[in-house]
Write a protein that binds this ligand. Sequence first.
Ligand code: ATP
Ligand code: MG
Length: 682
Amino acid sequence: MSTSIASRLAGLNPRQQQAVRYIDGPCLVLAGAGSGKTSVITTKIAYLVQECGMSARRIAAVTFTNKAAREMKERVGSMLKGKEGHGLTVSTFHTLGLNIIRSELKALGYRPGFSLFDPEDAKALLRDLMNKDAQVDADQINAVQHQISQWKNDLVLPGQALSHAADDDAQYAARVFEAYVRHLKAYNAVDFDDLILLPVVLLRDDPEALARWRRKIHYMLVDEYQDTNISQYLLVKLLMGERSTFTVVGDDDQSIYAWRGARPENLVTLGEDFPRLKVIKLEQNYRSTGTILRAANSLISNNPHVYDKTLWSQMGEGAAIRAVVNRHEEAEAERVASEILTRRIKESAEWRDFAVLYRGNFQARLLELKLQHYQIPYKLSGGTSFFSRNEIKDAMAYLRLLINPADDNAFLRIVNVPRREIGPGTLEKLANYASDRGSSLFAACHELGLEQQLPLRAVERLGRFSHFIDGVRRRMDQGDAIEAIRGMLHEIDYEAWLYQNASAPTIAERRMANVWVLVDQLEKSMNRDPEDTVSTETETDDVEAAISRLVLRDILEQQAEDDDSDRVQLLTMHASKGLEFPHVYLMGLEEALLPHRNAIEAGTVEEERRLAYVGITRARRTLTLTLARQRKTYGELMDCTPSRFLDELGELEWEGRADREDPEKKQARGQDAIAGLRSLLG
Ligand code: ATP
Ligand code: MG
């Protein structure tokens, strides 16, 4: 056995070793938080390559979030040497699906250069379709969008949806579903859920495609298996088939995506579908102190359980868990920020050792202001992501139109940005004309018949625009695609447009810089560093692939900033899954916030409890829970009730409850903060 893998294995406990070495059949590792499930996956990849001689190309490891995939990639990267990791897939489920779609375009009936619609694009399409019959409001559109997503996650196609529709509403939604699917196809576009659905349908119905992919992937590993939906489960099942060579790891107590179609019962289904399934349970937690673990176990024991798990830790008792009550939400944010500032110095910690978790992104706003005030570097995951900025959306629309001229949403976003005097009246006539002829807006710009519908000046303007885009496309095809894109941005003078529209020149400058960051990202993603042996994608990369990956990244809510920098992490509990931090702050432990109001009303508090369990088990050494006595809700200051979860955690060290805090202690803390600040400011 090679020494590196031998020493890796020796670092694992006997059950983990068993899970790594078991390669004869399907394997499920079922265990609580921090018990080393992800460690089993990463070590097993190295084991398969270094010990079993399997080519890394034949291995696919999948998980749910970009962050988790990146972490896994890093862990594996440190174990594999040189070319060993070449061609290995470590990605999100959706990226794997995107890769399958890209290489199976023909079999799927798509043309090259397809678009990936983000949820906003999809909504725009639904709005158009639904408004054809009658004026509908945003709630109705959202409801249908959610329903369609559920159907897709459950592998229900339009025909089935229609035949099973129980009432008028369901029938209506099913009809919209059918039209939606048809239009997406006409646009040569897929949506987020299609990234799983289309590969599943293809592999199910096309034996040749199935054979191709079974030859390609020989072993699959799935992290966070409890969050798979039916389509994702079928994807794994189809790919692995009879051979059933896979390892999945999960924890039913961490299932937090039921609202997105996740089926924790997939854990049980797995045993039924694969009777030879080997189930391995892990019980030692290597992450958290005894105190934190005890609180987590105590909390989750309030939920019913399919499998009983007992987690123990040898990390020592550690510090008490604090529950800090604040006057209002601003005081809460202030408290968290100033505490991080002082604790960083006192405990000689790094910024990156701290994570602040919350239920919803809106909770981060005040905190951001406070962190900025103290000049604490931080990184916000999700929320106002890089990709939600207007300038990035514009640039992305140009890119999307360049690779897929049938992308009407992209066309509409930028046909008049920068201003080309192409107004809504012209666009409406163009849209009618295009829809009569069943062509895209872009294609319609070229057509001669348009002259009967529109004044000559408008036709000329549209023609100029479409010729311009065609020209850029030609340059992209013939030479350096990135140079062509840079040239295009100069030619349209996007910078001048930003200056015209920004309230201050510095803002325009920053926005333009963002656009260049995007182009750089694109370039990087096309010319992947040859040293980077663990690649998440197939190797042949063109600009189209790079652009669709950017769109996917956008959907998966990732920021384009580098991740290794030393910053405090701000993230939702959902986004924190699989990660760990020495010091964790969990904010807003109040009824209606955690558990969320909707969950209380819908009777799904158990899922909220699992979410709190996920948050708490991210902490390695210290855990601080904060809450506010008053919080602004719908613009009004409302009294808050402490979360029921606080009572379920067992013993906590309270601060500020009913103002009972020892005044001396309070003063000492104030002085600590001042001293900390002084030393920081030199
Ligand atoms: P989660 O459920 O939160 O995803 P997990 O079960 O995937 O957690 P890991 O992230 O793999 O757990 O491991 C938690 C921590 O314990 C990591 O820091 C990991 O390096 C460490 N660890 C895992 N196994 C061992 C072991 N046998 N000995 C020492 N440390 C270990
Ligand atoms: Mg994990």
